[in-house]
Ligand binder design. Structure first.
Ligand code: PBG
Length: 336
């Protein structure tokens, strides 16, 4: 045994804490549980309900199905759902005014969920894209750019409309400047001081949103791209400035989006601000995983659970994932 006492070997064997399940379980640094997962759900008027081709396994739900799904999610330990409406073409306008309709699809959905499953948190997207004919998140100016300040004015009214319907959390996903502060002010003024704001603080102009735009029917309509309001994928310091601004304006939780290609941003944001931080495994990430799984190239459960755990390790307290329900089921089976 010539290696005996040669340097550190074999005193430091890092494999010792990997050798069997008991010790691996004890030294694991990161945990994943259903309460870390947020389930995005698409809600549609009856005739628009149905499967989404680019997101196999995900459907647009009619109101009654949505409520059933929320019951099931709650039973699995999911604490929060994120609602996205699919608005019929005839209700879309240039100014997206349907977003302010107190009897619109989202207010009805919030009320139905809160009546059936009051303990389940309901988060709603604040942005105009499902409601506009041009598919942008706000009002267009003469040059076709999204006009910041008039858009913020509508977004604060949209947030108030959803708060009145009973939303627990509003999530501005539009990337206008100053919208978090304006939404916070109106909520304070009108008696909704406890409504949470999760801001899509560092949201990038990403090609990974494609299947989502199919799901809400904005793909064909979208003129141009969103690069004059969503962030450049090349930037990271700018993400910190975005997050700092939203915190100063009154955000309770901050989000980074997309997820897996942006885990460096998640990590920086969590370290820098120590805020409740969410990451969004977006529709394109879901589609990639599903496609590989569908072809038999990845093991569904193993690949998914690894991906979700890695979000947590990077610093995400919360993960929005179209796989939230399935993951919660697997976590439950694992415990049984
Ligand atoms: C729109 C919005 C988008 C997503 C959430 N809210 C799309 C976009 O910005 O074009 C994307 C979610 C996903 O891809 O899963 N305000």
């Amino acid at each position: 045994m010539t290696a005996l006492n040669a340097g550190q070997f074999p005193h430091a064997r890092l494999r010792r804490t990997r050798q069997s399940a008991f010790i691996r379980d004890m030294v694991r640094e990161t945990q994943l549980s259903p309460e870390h997962l947020i389930q995005p759900l698409f809600v549609a008027e009856g005739d628009l309900a149905g499967p989404i081709a680019s997101m196999p396994g995900v459907s647009r739900l009619a109101l009654a199905q949505l409520v059933d799904e929320c019951r099931a999610l709650h039973a699995l330990g999911i604490k929060l759902v994120a609602l996205f409406p699919v608005i019929p073409q005839n209700l879309k306008t240039d100014d997206g005014r349907e977003a302010l309709n107190a009897d619109g699809l989202v207010p009805r959905a919030i009320k139905a969920i809160k009546a059936a499953v009051p303990e389940l948190g309901v988060m709603v997207d604040i942005a105009l894209d499902p409601y506009t004919t041009h598919g942008h998140d706000g009002l267009l100016d003469a040059r076709g750019n999204v006009d910041n300040d008039p858009t913020v004015e509508i977004l604060r009214r949209q947030a108030l409309c959803y708060a009145r319907a009973g939303a627990d959390m509003v999530a501005p996903s539009d990337m206008m400047d100053g919208r978090v502060g304006q939404i916070r002010s109106v909520l304070e003024r009108d008696g909704y001081k406890d409504v949470l704001i999760m801001s899509y603080a560092a949201k990038y102009a990403s090609s990974f949103y494609g299947p989502f735009r199919d799901a809400v029917g904005t793909t064909g309509a979208l003129k141009g791209d969103k690069r004059n309001y969503q962030m450049d994928p090349a930037n990271t310091d700018e993400a910190l400035r975005e997050v700092a601004q939203d915190i100063a304006e009154g955000a309770d939780l901050v989000m980074v989006k997309p997820g897996m290609p942006y885990l460096d941003i998640v990590s920086r944001v969590k370290r820098e601000f120590a805020m409740p931080t969410a990451a969004y495994q977006v529709s394109g990430e879901y589609a990639m995983l599903r496609a590989a799984i569908g072809n038999g190239w990845l093991d569904e459960k193993k690949a998914l659970m690894e991906a979700l755990l890695c979000f947590r390790r990077a610093g995400a307290d919360l993960v929005l994932s179209y796989y939230a329900k399935q993951a919660a089921q697997w976590l439950r089976e694992g415990k049984a």
